[in-house]
Write a protein that binds this ligand. Sequence first.
Ligand code: EPZ
Length: 420
Amino acid sequence: MQKLVVKGKKKLSGAIRISGSKNATLPILAASILNKKKIEINKVPIVKDVITMVELLKHIGSNIKFDLSKNKILIHNQNRKLKTTAPYKLLKTMRAGLIVLGPLLSKFKKAKVSLPGGCAIGSRPVDIHLFVLKKLGAKIKIKNGYILAETKKGLIGKRIRLPSISVGATENALIAASYAKGTTYLSNCACEPEIKDLTIFLKKMGIKIQWIGERKVKISGSHNLKSVSHTVMFDRIEAGTFVIAGALTGKKLKISGIDTKILKKEISVLKKMNVKLRVNKNDITILNSKNIKPVSISTQPYPGFPTDLQAQIMVLMTRANGISKIKENIFEKRFMHVPELNRMGAKIKISRDTSLVYGPQQLNGAEVMATDLRASVSLVLAGLAAEDETIINRVYHLDRGYEKLENKLRKCKANIFRSN
Ligand code: EPZ
C-alpha cells in the first residue's frame, strides 16, 4: 500500500491553481443518465471517486470517455440502452454512487441500486433519498442489501419538503424531478455551490429550474433535452485545504482559480484566527501568519462552515494561543483524525460531538494512519507543520478526492513524496 512521506517545517511559497470540484462532478455525471445527446464536461478532477463514477456509468452501458490529458469527459448515449442496476462492488467504496438512483428511476421507471453502507465518518443512512423518491411516486423495497425502486407510470412532480438538509438527497431529488411529469417544488434543500453547479448543468440540458428561495427550488420536468458542454466549478474544499496549509507554514502562498465569494465563511474564520490573507475575486494570497488566535466553530450546511474542512482547520488550531472548540454537527464519527494528531503531539480532547484543541502545541513527525478522505489530508497538513518526518499510511483515502496533491505542494517547496 502506498504512503506519503513529509519532512516538516518547510516554508511554503509559490502558487497553486485549484482543480475542478469532485463533489460537483459526481452529481453532474449521474445527471448524464437522463440525456441521450452529446455531453462534454470540462475541468474534471482526476481523482478516484470520479474514476469510480465513470466505471459505474460504463458498467450500466454508458458511452463515456475520460480524456485524462485534457481533464475532459465525453458522453454520448444516442443508441444506448442503459442497464438499471448499480452493483455493490462499485458503491461500497463510493457512497455518492447512490445518486444514480434518481436518474435511473426517473428515466427508465425502475432501478436496482446497492445500499452504499456506512463509512469511517458515519452510518450514512439513505432515508431522505428514499423519502423524496417515494413522494415523486416510486415504489421502493429494500432486499438483499439493494434498493429496488420502480414507478409504473413514471415519476410525477409534487411539492416536497425534505425532512432534513441532505446534499445527496437534494441532488437525487433534483435530477429525478428533471425527468418527471409536471412541476416539482422542493423545499428545505441543501444549497451547496456544487448543487448550484448541478442546476446550471441541468438548465443547459434544457430543464427549467429556478431557485425561488435560499433552500427552495422549482423544477419543470422535460424529456426534450439538448446537447451540453459544461465546465465544472472549482473545488472549494481543496482551496480551503491549501489556504490552511499556507496559514500553517506559509511564507507567501497564492491560491488561484477560485471564486472567493463562495469561501466567505472560511475566510472570516481564518481572519478571526489572525491569518494574514490578501483576498481578491479569484485568488487568495496567504502571508506569513504569526500569533494565531483560538476560535470556536460549528460545522453547518452551506453557507455555514463546511464539515469537509473540519479536520483541516483543527490542525491550524493546534498553533493557536489558547483553547479552540469544534462542534461537528453533520457526521457522528468525524473525529477519526484526532487520535492520530494527538500521536503527533497535539492536545485535543473529544467529548461527544465536540473537540477542544489546546494550543499552541508544536507537532512532531510520526507514522500515522489515514481513515477517510479529509482526515488523511489533515495528517498531511500536520506533517507540513511538524518537526521531523511524518509517514502517512493508507494514502488511497487521499487519492479519492485530491488531484496531484503532493505535486502541487512540492511546487511550493514542500518536502513531500510518495513511496510504496
Ligand atoms: C455530501 O455527502 C458530500 N459528498 C460530503 O463530502 C459532505 O461531507 C456532505 O455532503 C455534507 O456536506 C459528496 O458530495 C459526494 P448529506 P452526503 O446527505 O450527500 C444525514 C467529502 O469529503 N443523512 O448532506 O452523503 C447524514 O448521515 C464528502 O467529499 C440522513 O440522515 O451528505 C449526515 O449526518 C464526505 N439521511 C447528514 O444527513 C439521508 O438520507 C448530511 O449528509 C442522507 C443523509
